[in-house]
Design a protein around this ligand. Structure first.
Ligand SMILES: O=C(O)CCC(=O)C(=O)O
Length: 301
């Protein structure tokens, strides 16, 4: 068992704490009009290059450390789900809150290659909601059930949310890359699915036409460091990892500045509540980029 060392909570730091992204210039990384139009039409866009090899290595090193449930900072997770395996090559892992613990996961939120496209797609200033890690080990990684992200987020409104899914390994159909149902962002909101449950559990709630669409998913194959953005209502999921390689991914969930809490309870575990009707802000919901103010903390203008 490792010594339990207390580390500081990086959520108090709004801006870069390392120089990992210092060479990343923002101006070259806006989406084209065609990419934005494709997002509006299909509900997703990608793959887009977001991370360099040293940035990927730094994130993977931190991710490896997180797989030990007693790692330093483990008390800061919003959510931490891991299988029981003791084999380091067989750890299935889904967690929210890495930005509070790992400097690379923290700084990746302010990566201009991420914040600029996010601002274009949201149509204004980008505020952080939460992050996620989805790690599927070789051969054992299970599927992620078809779902719409907003079904988990109805305690916040209006629905001005956006997800960025970032491959930390080359992601292919064989190792369980993310898959999208194009144009499903125009469907009504479906109930929450059990993410770790049956991939197709949502199927019985769909109309015949929607079932036909579900039969034609689009796999988003991506190289390590590439990402896709998707709409909060877009139906997506992923299959089991059938390959001999892991499939690890970082996800950043953001909102347009001004999205409000609809609950007096904490919106995420181990955070302070935002009173119902008030906009998300403060320690746990930093502003990542404001196109009207290029001196946003952490921005490489
Ligand atoms: O990484 C995956 O397989 C699923 C990711 C996902 O569901 C999401 O980004 O919302």
């Amino acid at each position: 068992m490792i010594d339990h060392v207390a580390i500081s909570d990086l959520s108090t730091r709004h801006g870069f704490v390392t120089d990992l992204f210092s060479d990343t210039k923002a101006t070259e990384h806006f989406l084209s009009d065609a990419q934005i139009a494709s997002f509006r039409e299909n509900g997703f866009v990608g793959p887009i290059s977001l991370l360099s090899p040293p940035q990927i290595d730094a994130l993977l090193e931190e991710l490896d450390g997180f797989c030990d449930p007693e790692h330093p900072g483990c008390e800061l997770w919003y959510e931490y789900h891991r299988n029981e395996s003791n084999d380091p090559d067989n750890i299935l892992f889904h967690a929210l809150g890495a930005w509070r613990i790992g400097p690379a996961f923290h700084d990746a939120l302010w990566n201009p290659r991420f914040t600029r496209p996010a601002s274009q797609l949201l149509g204004g200033a980008v505020r952080f909601w939460h992050d996620q890690i989805f790690s599927k080990p070789a051969r054992h990684g299970g599927p992620i059930a078809w779902h719409q992200d907003y079904s988990y987020w109805t305690r916040t409104a209006p629905m001005n949310h956006l997800t960025c899914w970032i491959a930390l390994d080359d992601a292919t159909e064989e190792n369980g890359c993310i898959q999208y149902i194009p144009e499903s962002h125009h469907w009504d909101l479906l109930p929450m699915a059990d993410l770790a449950g049956d991939l197709d559990s949502i199927r019985e709630l769909l109309t015949d036409e929607q079932k036909d669409r579900l039969a034609k998913p689009v796999p988003l194959e991506a190289k390590a460091g590439q990402a896709s953005f998707h709409h909060p209502m877009l139906l997506h999921g992923s299959s089991a990892n059938r390959s001999n390689r892991p499939r690890r991914a970082m996800v950043i969930n953001v909102i347009l500045d001004g999205v409000c809490s609809l609950s007096d309870e904490p919106l995420l575990a181990r955070t302070e509540p935002i009173p119902s009707g008030s906009p998300l802000e403060g320690q746990f919901f930093p502003l990542l980029f404001d196109p009207a103010n290029t001196t946003t903390p952490g921005s490489n203008a």
